[in-house]
Design a protein around this ligand. Structure first.
Ligand code: TPP
Length: 741
């Protein structure tokens, strides 16, 4: 091991190399033996009862259990109240049983294939589930909370999630030095060495808004210990490692070795040792008998982050309504004024920034917002309601497109900064805006973990450009899209993904909305029943919400709705780039004041809507292409003939509002127009759903770019030619004449 810090080297010398430092008292030895008994006999018990089940046993490294228990004892002694753990499958049931102390019958009944699941969702295998438990630490007699986080098979993916949750627990307790909450991460040696996310997670350790002030890493190292049964109990390691496994089979188990030693030196008697074994075996047998009485499996009993008080006693949302998201004119003006000012004395900002703040001030006076100001108002208003807001990602403080400027930098005093959002009111929740390290997998995992700790925080992660989210794909697939289905765990994280075809090349263009939509769980073929609660129940049923707002006001509303809903769902927002400065992409306060709401669909409201029977075509679209379409329609003088309706919430699909829109134009042909290539964007998602609404009686024609392998062209001219071509088709009212569908 190479460490170039003298202080750290001295620490290791003192703690590990001082002669006699590893000596145990007799009491320590007896405790160690009793813990080894539990560790080994638990594995033996499972092996006896369920010999043909995969358990990912700990055999060969049983000492992990006493080691973890010692770490926890010592931490409790030093004042730790909460330990958050992440680990792979090997030895996990043993950790649950003997470290966290989950009731054994709850573990054993997971082996019963006949038990029905009581909770919604599709569940997960037992060695992935999480756990939360408050107990008294026997050594210190102090209360300690232990939580093991649910995780997917993907080794090490849970590491940043554990860190994020740990940071959040520290943050909400004001534990700035990490003296009360800590994390322990367990690793296999191969995964620890090979998985890049381990290093992405380490990398966060020195950043103020990400540090957890140190983590204990335990590497289960098969170069030192061994796996008696190979990867799992169904494996035959002799196939590939015959000589090594001949040696392994000859190994005397550590419990026997240690017991023999302690019996020989008189620390325990053989009888005491045998009684300890008999006692634990009896505990297992009794729990096994009790587990037989269980009729139903409750995955909710395996939650690693319960949110006390957020749901009702049955674990249901306290209401089923979308609260109003508009706010008073006075609040809008107040936030607008702070957003345009420098709320501390003697602080010199850059002249370019002065211009931006001046423009904000003008907008506020004129009762207008652009994207940045709408976001300011959304965040600022929820802070007033006591909701912590955290925005994390690369360069988020300034904003990749230099539009946000949430942190002001004094031009004359180095490192002097000011966050006006934290100066809104005397009494407000804190706003955390933090530039992350250059990582997506690690940072998105971290924010997801942060969002898990409390339902009363709006946690947003912004990708520098939307396409970079794919280096965090594992967090999206394994946790965000499916976390609730697998682990009944809600999460309200917001992903802000800059998206749009601006002729900037194959990268930086697409946040790949098609991938999010493909993973959305709403049924394309089922015509839903439009009850009064349709809008909110659709949100409750879905696995995540995907939106692409075309106006700042709608972005404001969707951010507020996210935190005001009585349940939590991940929100994927395709955010704009050029629209950030587009003169038309502004909203009036009128669209944000009390009484206004998020518009899932923005129907045509111009000339075409006045005489719908005269309309020849309805173009449905989402996001930025709307502005290109409106301009082109005006150029071609087709405002009476062509209606343009915007889909703002793409998933869950607003069947109800689109049905109204389709019914309104019974004789028009229907077009879906997108700027993305045909095999990307939204088309594959919206097409079957539109067809379901019209019961397959009317076609929905495609207008947009051809299918392509790369997300966008690298040639600016080709970009403009293809834009011209599809705009021409969109307004060619004969384009689909005589075509069959
Ligand atoms: C990201 C990922 N890739 C591959 C696998 C498949 N896999 C499961 S266990 C394992 C070996 C892990 O070895 P090690 O980290 O040394 O842990 P051990 O099982 O030896 O305790 C592999 C490759 C996985 N679960 N996750």
């Amino acid at each position: 091991m190479f460490i170039n810090d003298v202080e750290q080297c001295q620490w290791i010398r003192q703690k590990f190399e001082t002669p006699g430092v590893m000596k145990f008292t007799n009491e320590d030895k007896r405790t160690l033996l009793a813990r080894l008994v539990r560790s080994m006999r638990f594995e033996d018990f499972l092996a006896r009862k369920w010999s043909s089940e995969k358990r990912f046993g700990l055999e060969g490294c049983e000492v992990m259990i006493p080691a973890l228990k010692t770490i926890i004892d010592k931490s409790s002694e030093m004042g730790i109240e909460y330990v958050i753990m992440g680990m792979p499958h090997r030895g996990r049931l043993n950790v649950l049983a003997n470290v966290i102390r989950k009731e054994l019958e709850q573990i054993f009944c997971q082996f019963d294939p006949k038990l029905e699941a009581a909770d919604e969702g599709s569940g997960d295998v037992k060695y992935h589930l999480g756990m939360y438990h408050e107990r008294i630490n026997r050594k210190t007699n102090k209360k300690i909370t232990l939580s093991l986080m649910a995780n997917p098979s993907h080794l090490e993916a849970v590491d940043p999630v554990v860190q994020g949750k740990t940071k959040a627990e520290q943050f909400y307790r004001g534990d700035t030095a990490g003296k009360k909450v800590m994390s322990i991460l367990l690793h296999g040696d191969a995964a620890f060495a090979g998985q890049g996310v381990v290093y992405e997670t380490f990398h966060l350790s020195d950043l103020p808004s990400y540090t957890t002030n140190g983590t204990i890493h335990v590497v289960v190292n098969n170069q030192v210990c061994y796996r008696r049964r190979g990867h799992n109990e169904m494996d035959e390691p002799m196939f590939t490692q015959p000589l090594m496994y001949k040696q392994i089979h000859k190994q005397v188990p550590v419990l026997k070795k240690y017991a023999d030693k302690l019996i020989a030196d008189g620390t325990v008697t053989l009888q005491e040792f045998e009684e300890e074994i008999a006692k634990y075996d009896r505990i297992c047998e009794e729990a096994y008998t009790r587990s037989k009485d269980k009729k139903i499996l409750h995955i909710k009993h395996w939650l690693d982050s319960p949110w006390p008080g957020f749901f009702n006693a049955d674990g249901e949302p306290k209401s089923m309504s979308c609260p109003p998201t508009g706010i008073s004119e006075e609040l809008l003006t107040h936030i607008g004024n702070i957003a345009s000012s420098v709320p501390v004395e003697d602080f010199k900002i850059h002249s370019g920034l002065s211009r931006i703040l001046k423009a904000r001030s003008e907008m506020t006076k004129n009762r207008l917002v652009d994207w940045a100001l709408a976001e300011y108002m959304a965040f600022g208003s929820v802070l007033k309601e006591g909701i912590h807001v955290r925005l994390s990602g690369q360069d988020v403080e300034r904003g990749t497109f230099s539009h946000r400027h949430h942190v002001l930098h004094d031009q004359e005093v180095d490192k002097r900064t000011c966050v006006p959002m934290n100066h809104l009111w005397e009494q407000q929740a804190p706003y955390t805006v933090c530039n992350s390290s250059l990582s997506e997998y690690g940072v998105l995992g971290f924010e997801l973990g942060f969002a898990m700790a409390s339902p009363n925080a709006l946690v947003c992660w912004e990708a520098q450009f939307g396409d970079f989210h794919n280096t965090a794909q594992c967090i999206i697939d394994q946790f965000i899209s499916s976390g609730q289905a697998k682990w009944v765990r809600h999460n309200g994280i917001v992903l802000l993904l800059p998206h749009g075809m601006e002729g900037m090349g194959p990268e930086h263009s697409s946040a790949r909305p098609e991938r999010f939509l493909q993973m959305s769980n709403d049924d394309s073929d089922a015509y839903p029943e439009f009850t009064e609660q349709f809008e909110v129940s659709q949100l409750y049923e879905c696995n995540w919400i995907v939106v692409n707002c075309s106006t700042p006001a709608n972005y404001f509303h969707v951010l507020r709705r996210q935190i005001l809903l009585p349940f939590r769902k991940p929100l994927i927002v395709l955010t704009p780039k050029s629209l950030l400065r587009h003169p038309e992409a502004k909203s009036s306060f009128d669209e944000m004041v009390s009484g206004t709401t998020f518009q899932r669909v923005i129907p045509e409201n111009g000339l075409a809507a006045e005489a719908p029977r005269e309309v020849k075509r309805v173009i449905f679209c989402t996001g930025k292409v709307y502005y290109d379409l409106v301009k082109e329609r005006k150029n071609q003088d087709l405002e009476k003939q062509v209606a343009i309706t915007r889909l703002e919430q793409i998933s869950p699909f607003p069947f109800d509002l689109l049905k109204e829109e389709l019914d309104k134009y019974p004789t028009a042909d229907l077009v879906w127009c997108q700027e993305e290539h045909k095999n990307s964007g939204y088309y594959d998602y919206v097409k079957p759903r539109f067809r379901t609404i019209v019961n397959h009686t009317r076609p929905i024609w495609y207008v947009g770019r051809e299918p392509a392998a790369a997300a966008a062209t690298g040639n600016k001219n080709m970009h403009l030619v293809s834009l011209r071509r599809f705009l021409d088709t969109a307004f060619n009212l004969e384009a689909f004449e005589g075509k069959t569908f």
